[in-house]
Each structure stands twice: as C-alpha cells, then as structure tokens.
Design a protein around this ligand. Structure first.
Ligand code: ATP
Length: 269
C-alpha cells in the first residue's frame, strides 16, 4: 500500500512543528453562540484532549476544523494552510472518523476500504486490503457489511479508514465511547501507532481517566470558551490547592477533580 500524499504530510517542520493553529474561533447557531473565541495549537506528534461538559462546543470546534461548518470569526491553519480559505487542501491532511451511517451500506468492508483508499489517492490491491483488515483484527469480517460488525469492530474499521492516508492530523470525536476495555485498549494502541508515524491527534472524550492517561495536553472549554490548557500533570499541580478541588478530591487530586472544579458540578443540557 503506498500513499502519494502520506509521505509529505508527516513533515510539518516548515511551520515550526505546529500542525494545527486555531485562533479566536466564533460559531453561532442562530442567536446561540456555541463557540466563543476558542484558540489553541497542536504540535507535531502531540495527542491533545479537547474536554468540556455536554454542550461546551467540542464537536462544533471539530466540525469547523474539518470544514463542515463555517465560523463567523477566527482562523484555522493546518500545516500552514488556511483551512477556511482552502478547505480541500487542509482536509487532505486530516483523518476523520466517520459514523457508520456515513458509509455506503451495500458494500462489504473490504470494498469500502478499497473505495476510500482510492478516494484518498492511496494505491491498495486486494491483498493490501486483506492485510490491513487482518492487522485490524477484521480479517474474518472482510466480506461483511458494516452493519454486521460489533460496535468495537465498527470503531476499529472507521479508525482504519481515517488513517488510510497516514494523515498529519487525526480528529476523533469520542473515539472510545461505548467500547469495552479490550476494544478501548486496542483503539488506543492504534491511535498511538498513528502518533509514532508522526501524526498529531485531537480527540474529545468524557473520560477524564483516559484523558489523563493518554493525552500529552488538555484543552478545557466550557460554554464555548477556553477555560485552560496544559498537560494533565500541569493542570493538577496548578489547581491542587484550589478549595474547589480540595472539596471534591478523595486523596491525590485527579484530572477529573480539576475538571469538575473548573467547570462546575451543574448538569448541562
Ligand atoms: P457533547 O459533549 O454533548 O457532545 P459538545 O461539547 O460537543 O457537547 P456541541 O455539540 O458543539 O457541544 O454544541 C455546542 C452548543 O451548540 C450546544 O449548546 C448545542 O446545543 C448547540 N448546537 C450544536 N449543534 C447545533 C445545531 N446544529 N443547531 C443548533 N444548535 C446546535
């Protein structure tokens, strides 16, 4: 399997190692401001967790980066490309996990894999496709349609599609939600493998434990605004004496304690 665009993607040194720069993003749905001035950067090879309570604006932010929604303000730069002006060029450098419903339902997963490889300009023979499915633990399912797979298998398949072109930036919206511990671990190994190939990953999760364990850096947003950013250890150190953290921590403060202290314990819509 060879990727004509894959090789040049993993070389963002020309942009100071910054793969993604989001600045002052503002998105409105009618009169509701969903994202209100959010900004952050991602360096080459970083795994960043975009965290926030329900309705904080995480998916909206990802949608803007992916080019699915236009902001009314701010900028998004991917590998030095203005993603709002040249969304196709920017999109070619990204891998995005599609929902099962986004795939053609009549095709087998092997046919889907070869179809998407073609769309991404990656040459993939039948043998290549079989090998990729084998490596993903889906060799036995090659002839099945996506709806015949378990939740964990479907997630693995959509991650395989998202990484088919060895993207510079992988965007994952709650990649492990609903997965059992085995599937979650397997998915994390695949995300780590993408990072080892030089890719950067921006993901959302509601699991603070997972974020603390796997993310290099955390970006917390709430009500569409940036609350704070830092490595899990930095955030815990910075807030460990905060009375709101002390009030809820059982022993050593965790990222979850800091997250709840900073975003409040009120339930969201
Ligand atoms: P969750 O953790 O629940 O997935 P989120 O952080 O991803 O939440 P978004 O889905 O980005 O949040 O939503 C941000 C805000 O924008 C919320 O108030 C939500 O109700 C609103 N919103 C999202 N999509 C739309 C839409 N298509 N039309 C109108 N309002 C929307």
């Amino acid at each position: 399997m060879s990727s004509p665009i894959g090789k040049s993607q993993i070389d963002p040194a020309a942009h100071g190692g910054t793969v993604l720069r989001v600045d002052g993003l503002v998105v409105r749905y009618g009169s509701r401001t969903a994202v209100d001035g959010v900004g952050f950067t991602i360096a080459r090879g970083e795994i960043i967790g975009l965290l926030g309570p329900n309705g904080a604006g995480k998916t909206t932010t990802l949608n803007v980066i992916e080019g699915l929604r236009k902001p009314i303000g701010g900028s998004v730069t991917v590998d030095g490309i203005d993603a709002l002006r040249d969304p196709l060029d920017a999109r070619a450098r990204m891998g995005v996990q599609l929902q099962s419903s986004g795939f053609q339902p009549e095709l087998s997963i092997e046919q889907l894999l070869r179809l998407y490889a073609g769309l991404y300009g990656v040459r993939m023979s039948r043998e290549d496709a079989r090998r990729a499915l084998d490596d993903t633990g889906l060799g036995q399912e090659a002839g099945k349609r996506l709806k015949g797979l378990s939740g964990g298998q479907a997630q693995r398949f959509s991650l395989l599609i998202a990484t088919i072109h060895n993207p510079l930036l992988l965007l994952l919206d709650e990649p492990t939600s609903g997965l059992d511990p085995q599937s979650r671990r397997s998915l994390w190994q695949r995300i780590e493998a993408s990072r080892r190939r030089g890719g950067s990953i921006l993901l959302t999760t509601h699991s603070m434990e997972e974020a603390q364990a796997v993310c290099d850096r955390i970006v917390i947003i709430d009500h569409g605004r940036l609350v704070t950013t830092g490595s899990p250890a930095e955030l815990i150190t910075a807030h460990r004496e905060d009375p709101r953290v002390l009030a809820i921590a059982h022993g050593e403060p965790t990222l979850e304690d800091v997250f709840i202290a900073l975003t409040g314990s009120d339930l969201r819509d």
